[in-house]
Write a protein that binds this ligand. Structure first.
Ligand SMILES: C[S@@+](CC[C@H](N)C(=O)[O-])C[C@H]1O[C@@H](n2cnc3c(N)ncnc32)[C@H](O)[C@@H]1O
Length: 371
């Protein structure tokens, strides 16, 4: 059953989609999207010459030592792509005892310098500790493609940047300057490496390590919790990180606050937060409170500019979410001129058009008052 579903998925991609991806310099893509192609909770992806089998629920009842080589053979037969290894990434804790299964057994999973390509750009690929995402979110390709085509001469903020794929695409697309913001220093380090791999100018690729909650408010010129705390108890400018400037260095980790940032305006802001996190500065909560992230992003966007807003929570309805973006921007005094929804690309088929990943290009009205 499973192998039949995978075979059908490969056949549906091999005539048109894969040749067009290969022709544009893309060798990282989803080959089997189990949610809509017959085996919910399973995915098969190519990252260069690595084949990655991921299971998010109980895996199909098949010995992995038998399953993985058969998956690899199917892909090689169908696509003609020679693969180095196939790896099983078990995304649930209770599967972990079987995680790490690798074919061929004992082979190093990845070459030390494993690189994948997307639209002609190179990205460092790593299969991170059990159950984690690889370095590149493939369903976000549509956003990277839009950025590569629409960033010429723009100042871009990439909030919740992870390994800076969106920032790399924007700078490669001619952005004037890109600011990547994330509280994970190790993710930003991979981002810098991605910029280097593509020969992009380091001076135009800024990485700020810190908590996005206060950082976005500071960039938008809004007061932060930290400001309030420091006014109340420690005097002006006091408190943790009070005098630090954004330097791309520094703490990292979930508890670090943002370095002090000056108010700035951008032409494009990418807002791609995780479902939920909590830090000393507050909580990111995409279901109950997207607005507290969207509002500072809108305020930090120049009139006529665009917020590329992202919400990947499946239970959030697209229409309701877009309405909430429009209401939030209006209330903030920066109404949206229009909102265009950007669907994931064809390697993520969705018969009902309801993708869990929702990407909206929210254009701030050109006539709205700058800060
Ligand atoms: C969904 S991923 C972003 C993916 C990214 N946009 C891309 O293009 O691959 C979420 C990222 O948010 C970061 N993050 C989570 N909470 C944060 C916070 N409060 N401040 C800064 N970064 C945060 C994580 O380290 C992670 O890299």
């Amino acid at each position: 059953m499973l192998l039949d579903s995978v075979r059908a998925a490969l056949a549906s991609r091999s005539q048109t989609l894969l040749p067009s991806l290969h022709a544009e310099g893309t060798d990282c893509y989803r080959l089997f999207h189990g949610a809509t192609e017959g085996e919910p909770g399973c995915t098969l992806e190519r990252f260069g010459d690595l084949l990655l089998w991921q299971t998010f629920r109980d895996p199909p009842d098949m010995d992995p030592q038998e399953l993985l080589p058969r998956l690899r053979d199917l892909v090689e037969d169908e696509t003609g792509v020679p693969l180095r290894a196939v790896h099983w990434n078990a995304r649930q804790k209770r599967q972990r005892s079987r995680e790490g299964v690798l074919v061929p057994p004992g082979a190093p999973l990845l070459a030390a310098e494993h690189v994948g390509s997307e639209i002609g750009l190179k990205y460092r690929i790593d299969v991170r500790p059990p159950g984690r995402d690889p370095n590149l979110y493939l369903d976000f390709r549509a956003a990277r493609r839009w950025l590569a085509a629409n960033s010429e001469g723009r100042d871009v903020l990439n909030a919740f940047a992870f390994t800076c794929g969106a920032g790399v695409a924007a700078l490669a697309g001619g952005a004037r300057h890109v600011t990547n913001l994330d509280f994970s220093q190790s993710a930003l380090d991979v981002g810098r490496e991605n910029a280097r791999l593509n020969g992009l100018p380091a001076g135009a690729f800024e990485c700020v390590c810190g908590d996005a909650l206060p950082a976005l408010r500071q960039l938008a010129g809004l007061p932060t919790n930290t400001d309030r705390r420091s006014r109340g108890g420690r005097g002006r400018g006091g408190g943790r990180g009070g005098d630090r400037r954004a330097s791309g260095r520094g703490g990292g980790g979930a508890s670090s606050l943002a370095p002090r940032l000056r108010q700035r305006a951008f032409d494009v802001v990418v807002l791609d937060p995780p479902t939920w996190t909590k830090t000393a500065a507050g909580a990111v909560d995409l279901v109950r409170d997207y607005q507290s992230l969207f509002k500072p992003c809108v305020l930090a966007t120049r009139p006529g500019g665009t917020v590329l807003a992202v919400n990947h929570v499946a239970s959030v309805e697209l229409d309701e979410w877009v309405d909430s973006l429009e209401r939030c921007a209006k209330k903030a005094g920066r109404p949206l001129e229009d909102v265009t929804v950007l669907p994931p690309e064809q390697d993520y088929p969705s018969p009902d058009g309801k993708h869990p990943l929702k990407m909206a290009l929210a254009r701030v009205a050109a006539g709205s008052a700058p800060l």
